[in-house]
Each structure stands twice: as C-alpha cells, then as structure tokens.
Design a protein around this ligand. Structure first.
Ligand code: NG1
Ligand code: ZN
Length: 545
C-alpha cells in the first residue's frame, strides 16, 4: 500500500540506532536528545493511529519538563486532554524499540490488534518547549504523521498544559474553549478578573508576584499573557530565558528538591514568589522571612488552600458535593493529617505519576489532586458542574448563595482540568489569596510541614525494587522493608519509603522526621540500606552533614 511505502522511505531518514531500547515511562519517553529522532518520528506514526482509532484529535508534546536542557522527551495526549492509556503506552514502547527492518510489521500489528480503519482521517496537534533540540525533534513528529497521511497543526512553542487544553477544546467542539493560545489567555484571564473583583481594596503590593520562569516556555507564555490580566496581577519575571540555561539552578524542581530559592531572583523579605518547571505544568510558591529563613509552599500546601476554599464555597452555596484530595506517598505527613483531621476531607493516596492521581480524582464530585512537587489540578465531575449551572439559573437562590455559586463557576473556568498547569494554578492561588484576604504567611501557617529529605541512589537494576501500598512499602529485595522499618523506629514522627524512579535510572529515597537533621540522617541511612541490599553502584552514599 502506498501509505506504508512512504512510512518506509521516511523512516530511513529517522533511523533507530541499533540496540537502543527505551521505555514509555511515567512521563513518556525521556532521555538525552541525541537518542530521540527515531522515537519522535515513530510517535508521529502512533499518534496518527490513535487519532484514527478514537476518531479524534490527538496531541504530541515535545519536552523533557524539569530535566536538563540537553535532554528531551515526548508525550502523547488523548482526546479529552488526558494522558494516553496503558495499552497504548505499551504500543509506544513496542514501536519505539522495533529495529528498522521490523518497523512496518510492528505498525501493522498495532493496526490489526486495534482493528483500525486506515481510511479514517487523522489530526494531530503538535507542541514543543524551548530546548534547542525541540525544533528538529518536533519536525520528526510532523514527518511521522504526514508519512501516514495524517493532518497536523503545529502550535510551535507552547506549554505542555496549553497543548492539553487545545486538544480538549478541539474534541469538545469548542465547549471547553477556543483551541488557540489567545483563546486560552482569554478564558483564563476573564475568569481571573471575575474572581478578583470579589477581593476588595487590593494594594499593588498584594497584586505583585515574583515568577521564576525556569528559563523556559512558561516565561515566554507568561509575557504573552500579561496584558490580558490588566495589572490585576503584577508579575515580576526572572529566569525568563534571555540569558540563563533551562532548569539550571532554577525552576520548580530545583526549588522543591533543594528547598531553596532559585538563582537569579531578587526576593525581598516576605515577598510572594513562585517557580514554574521547564514546560510549565508544575508550580511551587515560597518566601523568605525576616530571619532569612526560606519557606516552601509546595503541591500539598496548594491542595490544602484550594480544597479549603472550595469546601467553604460549597457550604455557602448549599451544595452537597463530595470533595476529595488525592496525594502520593511524597505528600508531607502534616498535610495529610491536617486534611483528614481538621478539614475532614477524604484523602486518597495513589502511586506516583499524574495519570494515577488524575484517575483517582475522577471518582469524586470534586477531586483536588497535587503531587508534592507542584503538579496538579482540580477535576469537577459532569454532575457537579451541572448542579452548579442549575443553581446559577435558579431565581430563588439568595444573594449569598449566588455569590458563592458564581465564584465556583469562575473557579472552574480558571482551572485547566486536563492536566496540572503552572499558569492556571498560579492564577487560582492568587485569586484565592485575594478573595480570602490572606498573605503568603497566613497560607503557610495553615499547617507546619514535617522536615523532609529526598535522595537518589544508583543501583545496577532499579527493577529489583518492587513496591506495594501506593509505593509506601517495598516488597523486594528481601529484607529492605524490614531494614527501613527499624531505621524509622529510631526517629520521632518519622516515615520513609523507597521506589524506583519512572523517569530516571535511580532509586528515590524519601524521609521525614521531627527535625531536619533527623530527616537528613534517616534519608541517609535508608539510602545506605538501598545501596547494600538493592545492588548499589559507584561510591557508597555519604552522610549529608
Ligand atoms: P519519578 O522519576 O517516577 O519519581 C518524577 C516525579 C513525579 C512525576 C514524574 C513526571 C517526584 C518524586 N517524582 O517521577 O512526581 O512528576 O517525574 O514528571 O517528584
Ligand atoms: Zn513538567
């Protein structure tokens, strides 16, 4: 068939290095950019098949998020803006690893298994981040799509969540918004302006926010969006990409893991600051106090603030909707305790990886999900949105209830329900703080984080570690969990777990305890146990102090 001939020919221009195997992991394919050309071409092919299969537009985003500038990666986006399903992740790995001469066979195998009608038209939305390698890699995706006769819309430089939004807009025939970058700015800024109208007498100081753009796409898009916000948010942008390197000593991941401010940001005492990651799907907030002490407000604090606000609105609106917060094992123990014991909201813990949180959040009327690292959003079920809409139209609703329902409506419009979105989350937080008249210090005081530490250990094969109970306990190798349990017992308010990373060739170690010193030494001792029992390579982990 002619269509496969073109695939054959074009694939020769994007050859697979022999012997290289890669896996579609938690965040798609991710590795050094030099290994990715064939992967991109093939993901163009796979997205075309997925589009034919679902009779919908599919997205392909070229980015390696918070990883170093030299890396790159690719993620497929399903019709409603969600991550692609597990079965198709399997196909992605299968197609990516096929040697050059068996590519067509693997392609036909997927077509057969999924019973795909190749005469159905395909449409693929493509986006990329600011990495130097992204231009040619996204061209490889476009080549893949066109070699199978698919149509493409190349959005060029966009944040990951913007591309998710476009895909969702397209497949809902515009119900979710208009599938343009302008449409995105308009939808979000309108909702933000409506919300901030409910905050009286905000001073310029309160409207001021220092934003670290991680030298990436988020900085560019923030600049574009600024005029739409009509000075209701006064952004002071640093790490805007004009000089520094992407994610280097800056960005949400750096701030969260290092627990310190990014370089290149001029922070005044008590000033509200935030950092995006390299593709702007994560955000963390922070400030330094008068003693020079750094305070981080991560995904857990964000989830707490948003769920408290939503719960209050539901009460004011007289709406009986169930709200839940979805977290992972990395959530700070204090946040879980606060949510369950004080806020009395349902808390559910899933495995690491946004798709797990997203699916769990879909089970509730309102599901607030955040990873501690700042990736998250809020999902409103169709039924919940309908109840809110009906109450808005109901002429018997009194003024107080009406105000609350209107706030809920604007909040829904401000949230990017397809995926975590640094820009959208930033605006939600800014609006909530404004409406409730809270400073960043008030927000921080809701609960106090337990001191914690995250470390990495390199082992020869991280798959020797198998976990259970939402990754909170290690089942293999034998003796590791017992070792962790006895180490944890030595410290007060302590907790620790280990898991193989889904995006890096390392084992991650997490520990929390009553003091930073104890958290650090527990993390170190657990790292040693991993090194010794799970086949550590290189030098033995060294104590932090
Ligand atoms: P891994 O490498 O599986 O720990 C990391 C993050 C995840 C998620 C993915 C995708 C931590 C501890 N892990 O996964 O939360 O964001 O990257 O980017 O932050
Ligand atoms: Zn990211």
């Amino acid at each position: 068939m002619a269509q496969f001939e073109e695939v054959s020919q074009k694939s020769e221009l994007h050859p697979k290095p022999e012997g290289l195997t890669l896996q579609y992991g938690t965040a798609g394919f991710r590795t050094h950019a030099k290994h990715l050309d064939h992967i991109m071409f093939r993901m163009g092919l796979l997205a075309t098949l997925r589009s034919k299969k679902t009779k919908s537009t599919i997205g392909v985003m070229v980015t390696a998020s918070h990883n170093p500038e030299e890396d790159n990666g690719v993620k497929l986006i399903d019709p409603m803006g969600e991550m692609v399903t597990a079965v198709w992740e399997g196909y992605a790995t299968q197609l990516a690893n096929a040697e050059q001469d068996s590519l067509l066979k693997e392609l036909k195998d997927i077509i057969e298994k999924e019973d795909i009608d190749m005469s159905v038209p395909a449409c693929i939305y493509v986006g990329k981040d600011t990495r130097p390698s992204s231009a040619s890699l996204s061209q490889a995706v476009l080549d893949g799509v066109s070699s199978l006769g698919g149509k493409t819309h190349d959005y060029g430089l966009v944040t990951t969540p913007q591309l998710h939004y476009m895909v969702c807009c397209c497949n809902t025939n515009g119900c979710y918004g208009s599938p343009t970058v302008e449409g995105y700015y308009q939808k979000l800024s309108q909702a933000f302006l409506q919300l901030t109208q409910n905050a009286s007498n905000r001073t310029d100081d309160q409207k001021r926010l220092l934003v670290d753009g991680a030298n990436g796409i988020g900085a560019l898009k923030m600049r574009e969006m600024e005029p739409f916000l009509r000075s209701e948010l006064q952004v002071v942008l640093s790490n805007d990409g004009s000089s520094g390197k992407l994610n280097h000593m800056c960005g949400a991941d750096y701030v969260k893991v290092q627990q310190k401010a990014p370089q290149g940001m001029n922070m005044g005492v008590g000033e509200r600051c935030c950092s995006f990651d390299g593709d702007a799907d994560r955000i963390v907030f922070y400030y330094t106090d008068s003693k020079g002490c750094f305070h981080l407000l991560d995904g857990d604090k964000i989830a707490t603030l948003i769920s408290t606000y939503l719960k209050e609105l539901l009460t004011q609106a007289g709406l009986n909707l169930q709200i839940a917060v979805v977290q992972t094992a990395y959530a700070n123990g204090s946040s879980t305790r606060y949510l369950e014991d004080v806020m009395k909201v349902t808390v559910c813990c899933t495995k690491t990886g946004v798709k797990h949180l997203h699916h769990a959040a879909q089970e509730y009327d309102i599901g607030v999900y955040f990873e501690a690292n700042g990736h998250g959003t809020v999902l409103f079920s169709k039924a919940a949105q309908k109840q809110i809409q009906e109450l808005l139209k109901d002429s018997n609703t009194n003024d107080e209830r009406k105000r609350a329902v209107k706030l809920l409506e604007s909040t829904i419009n401000l949230i990017n329900q397809t995926v975590g979105d640094a820009i959208s989350d930033m605006l939600v937080i800014e609006a909530v703080l404004a409406i409730r008249g809270m400073s960043v210090q008030d927000w921080d005081a809701i609960y106090t984080d337990l001191p914690n530490r995250q470390l990495k250990v390199t082992v020869s094969d991280r798959r020797v570690i198998d976990t259970t109970d939402a990754e909170r306990r290690a089942v293999t190798p034998e003796g590791l969990q017992d070792a962790i349990d006895s180490l944890v017992k030595k410290y007060k308010s302590a907790r620790s777990f280990v898991r193989p990373s889904g995006t890096e060739d390392v084992v991650r170690v997490y520990a929390e305890a009553d003091t930073q010193e104890n958290a650090d030494s527990l993390a170190h001792e657990v790292s040693l146990a991993v090194y010794r029992l799970a086949g550590g390579v290189g030098d033995e982990p060294k104590p932090l102090h």
